[in-house]
Design a protein around this ligand. Structure first.
Ligand SMILES: *Cc1c(COP(=O)(O)O)cnc(C)c1O
Length: 429
């Protein structure tokens, strides 16, 4: 055994877990993935005992930071005391559903599941069941979890599986178009209108740098779905209860989807997913309808308690004002820094999400990426090999690649933001 604790953990992990990790993005850093020992507030401490200001924040769920505030902690402890789960209905699942329905414009009914992937898979099955059609339109470089229908790239004329193990016949049912390209979506409906069950999109691309919608794009999607009888599904797994606060991105952008998927923040740090939407569609799920959906852990009482306590805490403590103003401070500080250093960077993000993209040969007339491809053509190696390690040297922990969003939590402070800006200033020098 060496005396490097991370190396030793990775050595053990490599003999027991595939690639030493349980999710591939964690395996990206060289030479070893980070192993976290513990965390508090906005800070994580790795196996070496080194502290970092954390902007991974669990990849999105940790709106309130690493240690749940007292009411959330109590809600979780009480739910565990009452027996961890039962496989029967409980009051907390109603209470969380009521909260979501009260705050999110396009949600009248809910089904709780256990991950974002489960939620999007079920939402698409529901859309197919309701419309009797098979094809779905998705955005190139969008992300909806690890499921056969969404691990597809290419274009509508030539959709291709994006993973081994996915039959061509599945991929053929998925039509990927560029985000923000109203003409491409209009065209795909002109060709396949009566075969399209749904358009599935994130309100902003949150897993590819952060690409915001251009004016009118969502309205075009809404109109096309209405004209052709397809359902509009917003995947708010990242944006839900973050962008736009409790009304979610659909409230902020003023567009009502037919179905919405949630996960991440909704579980207060525990595994969760949910499908929400208009009652006339939602009732097509079993038991009222004939679109099968079921789960042993669906509506898990500990998760429901944690999720409700988290959202109630956020509401009662002006958490969105806090995280959004820190987001503004960080984005504007970063914009000043890159203005002084190099025009090949773009600061992106909104509310409490941010990212510094290494976009190449950026010309000032088009300062922001509008498609996933714009982000993909950036200097991604430079981001991962130079920026990220340099930020770590300055005690700031970012996700392993240029694509994953970065998140500010209620536990971050102005001082954290200012220290982070100093770190960027050094790392970019
Ligand atoms: C994270 C994510 C998913 C997948 O959620 P899991 O809980 O990881 O299965 C789906 N859609 C979006 C937009 C996500 O960010």
């Amino acid at each position: 055994m060496s005396d490097d604790p991370t190396r030793n953990l990775f050595q053990r992990a490599s003999s027991t877990l595939v690639g030493g990790v349980n999710s591939p993005v964690r395996g990206e850093p060289y030479p070893y993935p980070e192993f976290i020992d513990h965390a508090t507030g906005a800070t994580v401490v790795d196996a070496e005992g080194t502290e970092y200001i954390d902007y991974v924040m669990g990849y999105g769920p940790l709106l309130l930071g690493h240690d749940p505030p007292e009411p959330v902690r109590t809600a979780i402890a009480d739910a565990v005391d009452d027996g961890v789960m039962y496989g029967f209905s409980t009051e907390p699942e109603i209470a969380l559903a009521e909260f979501v329905i009260d705050h999110v414009p396009a949600v009248e009914r809910l089904r709780f599941v256990n991950s974002g992937t489960e939620a999007t898979a079920a939402a698409v099955r529901l859309a197919r069941g309701v419309t009797g059609r098979d094809k779905i339109v998705v955005m190139q470089n969008g992300y909806h979890g690890g499921h056969e229908s969404f691990l597809v790239d290419g274009d509508p004329a030539n959709p291709k599986p994006d993973s081994a193990g996915i039959p061509e016949a599945f991929a053929e049912q998925t039509l990927p178009v560029p985000f923000n390209d109203a003409d491409a979506v209009t065209d795909v409906f002109a060709h396949h209108g009566d075969e399209i069950a749904a358009v599935l999109t994130e309100p902003l691309l949150g897993n590819c740098g952060i690409v915001e919608p251009v004016d009118g794009f969502h309205e075009t999607l809404r109109d096309l779905c209405d004209d052709y009888g397809a359902l509009l599904i917003f995947d708010e797994v990242i944006t839900g209860f973050r962008v736009g606060g409790l009304q979610c991105a659909q409230g902020k952008f003023g567009v009502e989807p037919d179905l919405t998927t949630f996960a991440k923040i909704l579980g207060g740090g525990l595994p969760v997913g949910a499908i929400g939407g208009r009652a006339e569609y939602m009732q097509a799920f079993t038991p009222t309808g004939d679109v099968f959906e079921s789960g042993t852990f669906n509506g898990h009482p500990v998760t429901m308690a944690a999720g409700l306590a988290t959202l109630e805490y956020a509401k009662a403590n002006d958490v969105y004002d806090h995280v959004n103003s820190l987001g503004e401070r960080l984005r504007s500080g970063l914009t000043e820094i890159v203005a002084d250093t190099n025009h090949e960077y773009t600061v992106v993000g909104t509310d409490s999400m941010f990212k510094l993209l290494f976009t190449r040969s950026q010309d000032d007339s088009e300062p922001v990426p509008t498609t996933g491809a714009d982000v993909r053509t950036g200097a991604t190696h430079r981001w991962a090999r130079l920026l990220r390690p340099a930020m770590k040297d300055h005690s700031v922990l970012l996700p392993p690649n240029q694509f994953e969003s970065q998140f500010i939590s209620a536990a971050h402070t102005e001082d954290d933001i200012d220290r982070t800006l100093e770190a960027y200033e050094h790392a970019l020098a």
